[in-house]
Design a binder for this molecule. Sequence first.
Ligand code: C2E
Ligand code: MG
Ligand code: MG
Length: 545
Amino acid sequence: MDENKRLGIMRFVLKQTRTQRYWALVLSALMLALVYLLVYATGGTHQAYLHAMYIPVVLIAVIFGLPGGVLVGVVAGVVLGPFMPLNVAEGVPQETVNWLFRSVYFIGVGALVGSIMDQARRQYRRIDELHTTNSETGLPNYQKYLTRFNENEIDEADVSISIIVNNYEDIVVLVGRAMYATLMQDIHRRVNNVIENYDVYQVDARKLWLETDNDTFKNRFNTLIELFAQAVFTINSVPMYVDISFGVYLKDDNDFTRLDAFRASEMAALHAKKNQLKYAIYQSDFAYPQHNLEQLGSLPLAIENGELFLEYQPIINLKNNDVVGLEALVRWNKDGEIIAPLDFIPLAEETKIIDSITDWIVTQVIEDYPNVTQGRDLIIHLNVSQRNLHNPVLIESMLDKIKKANYHRKAIGIEMTESTIMLNLNLSRALLETLRKEGIPMSIDDFGVGYSTFSCLYELPVERLKIDRQFVMDMFDNQGAKHLITVIIDFAHKLGIQVIAEGIETEKQERALKARGCDFGQGFYYAKPMSAKRFTAWLVARETA
Ligand code: C2E
Ligand code: MG
Ligand code: MG
């Protein structure tokens, strides 16, 4: 018997519908009558046929538990009691003690089976509850959704809504998971205060899915949005900025499945975020939800079919204009269309595919190294994803490959974003220690966005940090950005960490960064990312110019 069938039977035994219980009751009543007739027809209670009575007793006890078991025991005792002769042919009646004693047996068996079933049912309910609710917030989870609806079920709800907490990581880092859970409950409370008819599922840490009907949506949605527009939530008496996106999918003629409908509402939420709207209603020109899945499906093959390729972008020493290194950036040639990393890396990060991608990149960088650098003492930076940290085998094989390649000590370096490090501080610290032991240089990527790792900088063994290009872009329009750049450079230098500015596009930016003592620069002002071959040509041309 396969596992699903077994589970199906178990569920049937432990949890019946109203109709099933009704029919079980009718069937048992019928059986009670049949056993009466059987015992009477076979000559009375001196024959063994009366034991057939245990069948309806057990059946009722299984379905109705302890009270049902006791009650059916009493009924069964009476059915085979004073009105049933000991011997029908000879007209011998039963002694009272005889049928009373038998009744005690029936009641005992009914009670025993009933209480065992009650206990089992309680356990089942507990397990079911644990399985289908989010343990931190107590809200129904994705599993709950799956037990209620088939994944491929056509959408029946009028309106599907996604509520996404965009700055989830920031909040968790700041206040911890437990406090974040109370925030999620608070978000749900706001929904609950405004709308009555809805189903809610917390599908992952940052996402709520709601389903409701048209009337509720029309009457209450504006109030709901207004309520969330005050994005400040108070957690533990601390007011916190919570960046929430709303997306709505209104049922139309599409034959969307329920899951598609939710995905469509997520697409709408992303659209809202991108366009700084309070919310967005899904339109068919938003990417079709299936699109991502298709892309994800073809990713593993992309590696096998050699559709991934690397481009290299130089890193320049701002003190003497020398090229000191380069960053390897991955791209995907999908049927002639070049897909940027931000369009597939986050997708790959949702699955194990990211490990194969990083593994491929390491191998490729090692292979490209001699061609790209042409004997020069350059460092190639490669990007490691947050998810990669969870795979020690990958990390070990990565280090092993780098060691075996036997290039100079600082030939290959690793970049990890600041958010990656902060999200898994312990894992990151362990990796950074290993890298330090192996002498592999480590840079913090995208420094300054989202988190402030200043306090951690001094305890992490990093060689370089890269100021996020957003700050470089904003430095002449925004005093804050300019000051922050100055502070980051000074602070890093005090700790012996070198600074790379990302996204330098103009001479003016370069000059300002040089003036602030920034060590290195990277950006379109020097060169866009290019193939290994073009990089070498670019390098030679630059040196001979
Ligand atoms: P990143 O690591 O911060 O890479 C720098 C990004 O900035 C690159 O975008 C680069 O092309 C772009 N860039 C460089 N100079 C300029 C400039 O002057 N102006 C502007 N506007 N952009 C500039 P790209 O190649 O699209 O990569 C985006 C992100 O994707 C990377 O950000 C990195 O986080 C990720 N990524 C790229 N390759 C890989 C990879 O091999 N593995 C992993 N895990 N992530 C990767
Ligand atoms: Mg990078
Ligand atoms: Mg970066």
